[in-house]
Structures are given as structure tokens and as C-alpha cells.
Design a protein around this ligand. Sequence first.
Ligand SMILES: Cc1cc2nc3c(=O)[nH]c(=O)nc-3n(C[C@H](O)[C@H](O)[C@H](O)COP(=O)(O)OP(=O)(O)OC[C@H]3O[C@@H](n4cnc5c(N)ncnc54)[C@H](O)[C@@H]3O)c2cc1C
Length: 432
Amino acid sequence: MAAYLAKAGIQCGIFERELFPRPHVGESLVPSSTRVFRDLDFLPVMESNGFVHKFGAAWTAAERPRVFETANWHDLAAEEQVSLRFEERDQAGVAQPYTYHVDRGLFDLLLLQHAEKLGAKVYSGVSVRGVDLSEPDHAGLVFAMGNKDFRIRARMVVDASGRRTVVGNQMKWRIKDPTFDQYAIHTWFDGYDRGALADSQEQGEYIFIHFLPVTNTWIWQIPITETVTSIGVVTQKKNFANQRESRERFFWDCVSTRPDLLSSLRAAEQVRPFKDEGDYSYAMKQITGDRLMLIGDAARFVDPIFSTGVSIALNCSRFGSRDIVGAMESGDFRRDSFETYESTIKRGTRNWYNFISVYYRLNVLFTAFINDKRYRLDVLKLLQGDVYDDDEPEVLTRMREIVTEVERNPRHVWHDALGDLTANVFVTATQS
Ligand SMILES: Cc1cc2nc3c(=O)[nH]c(=O)nc-3n(C[C@H](O)[C@H](O)[C@H](O)COP(=O)(O)OP(=O)(O)OC[C@H]3O[C@@H](n4cnc5c(N)ncnc54)[C@H](O)[C@@H]3O)c2cc1C
């Protein structure tokens, strides 16, 4: 956001509590990020720093579930692995057939430095306490340095504080997601054979999502460098809480349900301590206010199954900066000035949310749609991160209709495959 604003000639400051580089989860991007890099002249920086090119994505099944074999709705649903290449669908404004996997320590540092180079002022090691909106003609930002509090004035404040949701907490806008209570534990391995579960050589640099035979549980495999791979287990929090053993033990227990994966990981060297993230999905009652805008995770967090978070954060800045530039020109910083931003992001995250909900509710449907040429490119569009233009893409409507059909018919070949995590979720989702 600071890079966009500085580039538009707007004076802005970034207040960041950490000293970069610092590690961060969220390492695999989707192609809609590329438009932001292009707008900000950041693509040469991505290329010169050697981030791994991500050409596609693959999903592997835990086992050959009965429903896959008996499903007659679609022959190809019997696949054990499905994959997609981004170049299969042209994307307006995206001229390259790949996106990136990133070491977030380096990536976030480079973005920060880029914003600074464009003219933003960066204050690192400064923890923001909150906003002061008591005066009508400016916003106050309250921050701590050492054990002292300071306050500065600005025309407006953008909250980009991630899952700490500084402003959302202060304003009591945060609503915990009633459905998703996912938990993740992750680390990096050096020397893991990424081809071990791949169908072909070209998939080596894909993101892999490996399903485990534990309900709603999966593993990500994300290339970080030529030899280092990020591996994370995502499960429902209740699965984790039920385990008495240590977190590390839980990780290995999960991995051991996929013996091929286990042996490849055991042969590699773990090069980072385990880190866990819990209970992370939420929405906000509103994501703008008078002199206020919330972006990225500070605005909403949706389950990371489709590697969406960074792209949403980047696109929040792309759309949000337009409204801020407009407010600067008109001098009107009331909430209405940010209406286009708020409706665009709400539309995009609602589409993501519904897509993820279908996915958890009836996984076999996702597989079938990817393998059906009537729907493949429409699903790919969502996976490329192009979710902001339709109120509800047709492919999602079709998926929901099929889910309803399967729910209503206990004799449907897919009925047994219905997951319990997102039952009734659409009622909640359409209300948000
Ligand atoms: C398990 C898991 C897996 C994920 N996998 C992926 C993935 O593969 N791909 C993907 O795109 N996304 C993924 N995500 C999501 C991704 O991590 C986030 O969506 C993304 O990092 C959001 O970026 P952001 O800039 O909004 O927030 P952040 O990157 O969290 O940045 C927020 C910044 O604000 C600073 N800050 C916080 N509080 C204060 C304060 N009080 N004062 C000053 N500074 C403050 C923090 O130090 C931080 O640097 C995943 C998330 C989880 C939990």
C-alpha cells in the first residue's frame, strides 16, 4: 500500500513493530499477485532475487476412496492426483505463465525496501497501539517506542497489521469464523525430494497439497529454494487438541499416514524449528471507516488451502489505493469514499470463502470439476486469484447446486463423501 501511495506522490509512513527480515507463514503466491508487482515495477526485483517460479498446483489423494471409484457422474473423478498449469488460461494483465514461491523473510524485506525507495518513510521496531479518531479533521496514530507512547496526525490510517488486527480489535469489528477453526504446524526441510509424489518432472516446482486420511487434514509442500522445501500440516484445531503428545510428534504422526511422504521427509534435514498457527479464520463487520481502511489479514482471514492470503493482501492495496488517491483529491475521507474498495474486497473474499467451503464439503467435486473440460478453466480462474469481478462466478453456483443435490439424496454415490466441516456454511457465508 505504501508503495502504491508513494508512487502516486502521496506522503506516507509505515510503522512496523518488527525489524525485517523476519520469518512469516504464507509462502506460495497465486498469479493475481503479478498485476501488483507489475504496477509497482517490482517484477525485476522478484526475478533478480531468484524466487522459485511456480507454474502450477497439484493435489494428491490420501488413498483411493471408494466414492472416487464408484462415482459415475464423471469418469475422471477416479484420479488419485489432479494438477493444473497456470498457462492453460490467459489472464488479462499477467504476461508470464508462472507466479512465485517466496521466503517471506526476504520477500517482505524487499517489498518494504521498495516502498521506501519509492518515497515512503519506514519506522521499524515501532509498535502501534491504536488509532485516535476523536478529532474530525484528522486521524491520530498512537504508537510506542521503548516505554513511551507517542501520537502523530495523519489524514487517514491504513491498518495492515495482519492477524493482530489492531484496528479491528480496537473497534470491536472482528467476528470469529463460526466454521473454520484450522490449526497449522510447519517447518522447512533441506534435501527433500520434491519429485517423490509428482507425476512428472515439470511438477517439481508446483505447490503440492497432499491429503491425509484424517478428516479435513492436509499437508502443503512449497519449494522455497532449489533444495529447501516448506512443509506444513493443516488440521482442525480439535484434532490437534485431542493429541496428548507434543506438537512435533503430532506433525510426524500426520506425515506417517502417507508413508511415501514420510520416507522422503525422513531422508531430508529439518532446517527450521517447528512453528504453529492456530484458530485463524475471521471476518470484520466493516473494513473501512471515516479516515480508516483495513487491508490484508487485518481485514479478513480465509483458510489458506488455495494459497490466497498474500494475493488478497496485495490486491487490497491495488484496489484500496485507488480510493485513497480519490479521497486525497476530493479531501473527503468519510467512509463513503472507500465504498468501491470495501465492496470489491468483500465480493472477492466471499467468492474465495464459498469456493473453499465447497471444497471442504465435497472434495471429490473439486477434483471432478478440474478434470472436466466444461469447468476446468473456470476453476483455474479462481485458483489464479481472479475472484473480484463476479458477484458469484457461474462455476460456484453450479458447484453449490451439486452440493445441495448430493446433500438431499442419501443414495447419491457422493453422499458418503460429504465432509462435516462446512455443512450449513453457505448460510453464514451469504450473510457476510
Ligand atoms: C497456516 C497458514 C498458511 C498460509 N499459507 C499461505 C500461502 O501458501 N500463500 C498465501 O498467499 N498466504 C498464505 N497464508 C496467509 C498469509 O500468511 C497472509 O494472508 C499474509 O501474510 C497477509 O499479509 P499481511 O500483509 O496482511 O499481514 P502480515 O504479513 O502478517 O504483516 C503484518 C505486519 O504487521 C506488523 N504488525 C502487527 N502488529 C503491529 C503493531 N501493533 N504495530 C506495528 N506493526 C505491527 C507485523 O509485524 C507484520 O510485519 C497462510 C496463513 C496461514 C495461517
